[in-house]
Design a protein around this ligand. Structure first.
Ligand SMILES: Cc1cc2nc3c(=O)[nH]c(=O)nc-3n(C[C@H](O)[C@H](O)[C@H](O)COP(=O)(O)OP(=O)(O)OC[C@H]3O[C@@H](n4cnc5c(N)ncnc54)[C@H](O)[C@@H]3O)c2cc1C
Length: 474
């Protein structure tokens, strides 16, 4: 018997389970899973690295069902049309995505295929709840996180995850596919991604990581999550970013784990997942969030944007150990701990007075979890121009943050081996150490480790003045 076929467009849901578009397609049709690398969407270098491995893992998972994952590069709309015509597919399914570009594409496909015999259908799957299904008492979108989280928890509309299709029928004809290696997503000359090797990628690895987190780390999450050397967080962010696991799957497994004894730890973890959700809701309402301040009055700030300071920050050579450790962790592993992300971001924007967009772009290029919503929303949060953001006058002191959250300097010593021999007393501020201590630790300030590139107190005053000049900053 020959089946009609259905194209399943894959973008940021590189998994087989909890994939409504795939499950529905598999019910009645032969499935043509299609990933298109559309160069209109500019991904950062680290994301391309992850994408390569994630597509490889997904291709292998489909192959176990006898299905070929079709890879193509070019204009999404044109390629879908070409494959639909070549295969005579009767349906095109996708999962809803939330960037401006994706929303436009989905609307275009909807308009193109409505009133034809080809069915275009869009499913949920990438969020816990569709943005239209949650609003405040006035019926408008939430602008503050706490009531959003409360409403989310009380909502009946949180998705319940679904299983993977038991059987997927392959398309019987031949469809042209690219060779993943020819896309050259991995860096070679030089291979700056050597330090990424510890990540295990793909749907099975994402579940393994979640199980490990629930077994061993969630019990210390609420407090532990702020201390980078404890590694008490889930490290699920790149898996979520590429949809190797869905937020609904995580939400359900956390709820099951905490059944009967809802602890602060579980609640805190669910609230962080809800922050992701909140960021996506913001993205839908502020589609230019990566390039424009949500609170527009902040675009009047007179930034310094000093190129030497930007470069010192990027390279982890600012003379502030906690900043330098974070920036080197990012460069070497494609990841940075959340507490340290907040400290380095505050330092860039509020100590160096550099436009948050420079930071957003650097993170976009370097993070394996560089996310369409979380990244710009978090940068705007730190800079004070986002929704429910940190007030502009809250400026982290990098040294006291370091003393508080890396008190024994374990994290700093790991990423800055040149400071490893400094006693705890000076690890957060090497430039204050007496000469003999520096000498015993093998440090020559200005040569083996830089002097601080700014004076925090003076920088703070300057920033308060720059922010204070704009109307309505508070
Ligand atoms: C300046 C800055 C930039 C950031 N850029 C990104 C980014 O590009 N991609 C990204 O996924 N996160 C980003 N974050 C949020 C946060 O730092 C990461 O999600 C977190 O560190 C990922 O580690 P984890 O998976 O171990 O987190 P866990 O603590 O285990 O949290 C579980 C999941 O909840 C979500 N989450 C946690 N914290 C946040 C948060 N503050 N905002 C939104 N979602 C959150 C993530 O999806 C995360 O994987 C950024 C934060 C800052 C301050």
């Amino acid at each position: 018997m020959s089946h009609s076929s259905c194209i399943v467009l894959l973008r940021n849901e590189l998994r087989l389970s909890d994939h409504p578009a795939l499950l529905h397609a598999a019910k009645n049709s032969a499935v043509i899973p299609l990933f298109i690398l559309d160069d209109k969407i500019k991904l950062g270098g680290a994301s391309l690295w992850w994408l390569h491995h994630s597509l490889k893992a997904l291709g292998d998972d489909f192959a176990k069902h006898g299905i070929k994952l079709i890879l193509r590069r070019g204009d999404t709309e044109k390629i879908i049309e070409e494959i639909q015509k070549a295969t005579n597919a009767k349906a095109i399914y996708c999962t809803r995505n939330y960037t401006k570009h994706d929303a436009r594409l989905e609307n275009k496909l909807h308009a193109k295929y409505q009133n034809t015999e080809i069915e275009f259908r869009r499913f949920g799957g990438n969020l816990l709840i569709e943005p239209e299904k949650i609003s405040n008492k006035q019926g408008t979108p939430f602008q503050v996180f706490t009531p959003f989280f409360k409403a989310l928890q009380q909502s009946d509309n949180i998705r319940t995850p679904i299983v993977k299709p038991e059987k997927i029928i392959p398309f019987s004809g031949d469809i042209k596919t690219d060779n993943l290696e020819n896309w050259e997503l991995l860096p070679t000359k030089p291979n700056w991604a050597k330090g990424f090797a510890e990540w295990e990628i793909g749907e099975a690895s994402a579940f393994k990581k979640l199980e490990k987190f629930l077994d061993s780390k969630i019990n210390i999450y609420a407090e532990g999550r702020d201390f980078p050397s404890l590694a008490a967080t889930s490290l699920l962010s790149p898996h979520l970013r590429f949809g190797e696991i869905s937020p609904a799957q995580i939400w359900e497994m956390v709820k099951l784990k905490c059944l009967g004894h809802p602890t602060d730890n579980c609640q805190k973890f669910l609230s962080e997942l809800a922050w992701r959700e909140f960021c996506y809701h913001l993205l839908l309402h502020y589609p230019d969030m990566a390039t424009k301040s949500i609170k527009q009055q902040f675009s009047a700030i007179e930034w310094d944007n000093n190129p030497n300071q930007i470069s010192s920050w990027q390279k982890g050579q600012t003379g502030f150990p906690i900043i330098d450790a974070g920036m080197r962790e990012l460069w070497q592993t494609g990841y940075m701990h959340n507490r340290v992300r907040m400290i380095v971001a505050s330092f860039l924007v509020k100590d160096l007075l550099i436009d948050w967009q420079y930071g957003e772009q650097w993170f976009w290029d370097c993070l394996l979890d560089a996310d369409f919503a979380n990244n710009p929303a978090s940068w705007q949060w730190v800079a004070g121009c986002g929704m429910d953001a940190a007030p502009y006058f809250r400026i982290f002191n990098p040294t006291t943050q370091s003393q508080k959250f890396d008190h024994d300097g374990k994290y700093i010593r790991h990423w800055l081996p040149e400071l490893a021999k400094l006693p705890n007393k000076y690890i957060h501020e090497p430039s204050t150490a007496p000469k003999e201590i520096l000498s015993d630790a093998g440090i020559i300030m200005g040569q083996t480790y830089p002097f601080p590139i700014i004076n925090h107190k003076a920088a703070r005053e300057k920033t308060l003045f720059a922010y204070g000049k704009i109307k309505g900053a508070e």
